[in-house]
Design a protein around this ligand. Structure first.
Ligand code: HEC
Ligand code: HEC
Length: 177
């Protein structure tokens, strides 16, 4: 991206995106970090453009009633262990069996799926938080992250600039500031 276009992209980002993703684009709880390698909805330039044009809705259903308190605990142990946390392995083993219902979106290997915006659960990057309490809260109550659509607000040319800017952040290590 040439420096002039990058400057415009940065200005547009600060005006329209920083309120949720932060002026450094590193996000916060419920708002994804746009400078790292994890992409819920895909990290190709065309994926990023589609995300910004049309918006995205991440829908993680509530599993509390279906799994019950023990079921939530077990599947949380399985998920936490995937990212290297020490857990009760008997519990995690039971959770692994229960994970079949989660695999539909998160994949059998729990590495996520961009078709549903389901995050990779095997790394230490968390959209909502990786403490046992927060993971159990996510599974029990579900989550619904909304990325607004910008096509009608900014138009395609500005969205294209923003998409290139965002792509650049995660691929060149350039800081947003
Ligand atoms: C219908 C698809 C779908 C199913 C089935 C599903 N999830 Fe999710 N999950 C998602 C999506 C989409 C998100 C991201 C929600 C958002 O963007 O707000 C998510 C988010 C999460 C998160 C938060 C990750 C983070 O980075 O903070 C956890 C933990 C999780 N799911 C675990 C599970 C478990 C365990 C199950 C099975 C009991 C499950 N999910 C079933 C789609 C699904
Ligand atoms: C009102 C808050 C809000 C604003 C403003 C906002 N976003 Fe988002 N954005 C979100 C949320 C929440 C998500 C995650 C959606 C989900 O949970 O699936 C997201 C997701 C994204 C993603 C996908 C990340 C991934 O991992 O796939 C990109 C790219 C993105 N935003 C770029 C932008 C850009 C560029 C702007 C400015 C034009 C912008 N956002 C403005 C809330 C916002």
């Amino acid at each position: 991206m040439d420096p002039e276009a990058r400057k415009v992209g940065q200005r547009l980002f600060l005006q329209n995106c920083a309120q949720c993703h932060g002026s450094d684009a590193r996000g916060g709880r419920g708002f994804p970090n746009l400078t790292d390698a994890e992409w819920q909805w895909g990290g190709k330039p065309s994926d990023i453009k589609t995300t910004i044009m049309n918006g995205r809705q991440g829908i993680m259903a509530a599993w509390g009633d279906i799994l019950g308190k023990d079921g939530v605990k077990e599947v949380a142990s399985y998920v936490l262990n995937l990212s290297g946390r020490k857990v009760d392995m008997v519990e995690a083993k039971k959770g692994e069996t229960r994970f079949a219902v989660c695999a539909a979106c998160h994949g059998p290997d729990a590495k996520g799926g961009t078709a549903f915006g389901a995050p990779d659960l095997t790394n230490t990057t968390w959209l909502y938080g990786g403490s046992r309490q927060v993971v159990e809260e996510t599974i029990t109550h579900g989550r619904h992250g909304v990325m607004p659509a910008w096509k009608d607000i900014l138009g395609e040319d500005k969205v294209q600039l923003l998409a290139s800017y965002v792509y650049g952040l995660s691929h060149t290590g350039q800081s947003a500031q």
